[in-house]
Design a protein around this ligand. Structure first.
Ligand code: 13P
Length: 276
């Protein structure tokens, strides 16, 4: 099943996919252990920095062989790409889905850049996500309402670009929150009423469960989580290594992998428990 088909299915069921960023063998393993335990599908996503680190072919090989090993349903997505050539490389290497992030450009430029990507992606049958409005990046202050996605612009943007998925700015931000976020759920509903594409919630780390669930009820089909995965993995590792002189690195990673597994299970349960 393509990711576009999966989004259509989720639209009928009023449900969503969790999209987790992975960085190495250990994080992808923790994520997929959770996915396997709960029998749910997943989007594995890699950012340009992860691709810089692993290389594009290694990223694809690691994701694909891990999905096969754990026998779970999943798709590989490129998160926040700004460069057309990286998108082309990823599509050639076998990514199922790409995000073109031209959210810092004007509406017209965003349409132009995104349209080039949707044209290209047609040749691969790939899913395309774009961003309209602005979701604050790591370390930036949370966006004020004037940066939020406007429903009428979202409708025009979708019509003009032919995207499959749209990251909406409704009060979430990448990284940890300094105070509890409050999603603009009415705005989300209005965007969903006038668009057909799958709506994406970026900055999923730290958003309270009830807001994520209400977001799904109002049209969110993909929930991105990255920061909490990095944080739990590294803090577990740091604590374990503090008084530890183990040099067999295969013995050092499993507790951190286990913590990622637990975290991802808790995120998947937010989706699963909506329908129970
Ligand atoms: P967090 O890092 O805040 O979880 O956001 C993830 C994300 O949106 C990746 O695109």
């Amino acid at each position: 099943m393509t990711l576009q088909e999966k989004f259509n299915e989720l639209e009928q069921k009023n449900s969503a996919l969790l999209a987790t960023n992975f960085y190495n063998f250990e994080t992808v393993t923790g994520i997929l252990q959770a996915v396997k335990t709960l029998g749910m599908p997943i989007i594995l996503q890699a950012s340009p920095s992860t691709i810089d680190y692993l290389g594009v072919n290694m990223t694809v090989a690691l994701a694909r062989s891990s999905l096969e090993k754990h026998e779970v349903e999943g798709w590989l997505h490129l998160d926040h790409a700004h460069s057309f050539s990286l998108i082309q490389q990823c599509l050639d290497a076998g990514f199922d889905s790409v995000m073109i992030d031209a959210s810092e450009k004007s509406f017209e430029e965003n349409v132009e850049i995104t349209s080039k990507v949707t044209e290209l992606a047609k040749n691969y049958g790939a899913n395309v996500e774009a961003e309209l409005g602005y979701v604050a990046k790591l370390g930036q202050a949370q966006q004020k309402e004037d940066g939020f996605t406007k429903p009428e612009e979202a409708k025009k943007f979708e019509e003009q670009t032919g995207i499959n998925a749209l990251a909406v700015a409704i009060g979430s931000a990448h990284g940890f929150y300094t105070s509890e976020p409050k999603l603009d759920l009415d705005r989300l509903q209005e965007i969903d009423n006038v668009t057909e594409c799958a709506l994406v919630l970026h900055g999923g780390s730290g958003i309270p469960k009830n807001q994520v669930q209400e977001g799904i009820r109002r049209g969110i089909r993909k929930i991105n989580v990255a920061t909490e995965i990095k944080d739990i993995f590294m803090s577990t590792l740091q604590a374990d290594l503090r008084d530890n002189d183990e040099i067999d690195l295969r013995k050092v990673f499993p507790p951190a992998i286990h913590k990622v597994d637990e975290l991802v299970q808790s995120k998947l349960m937010i989706i699963k428990s909506l329908h129970n």
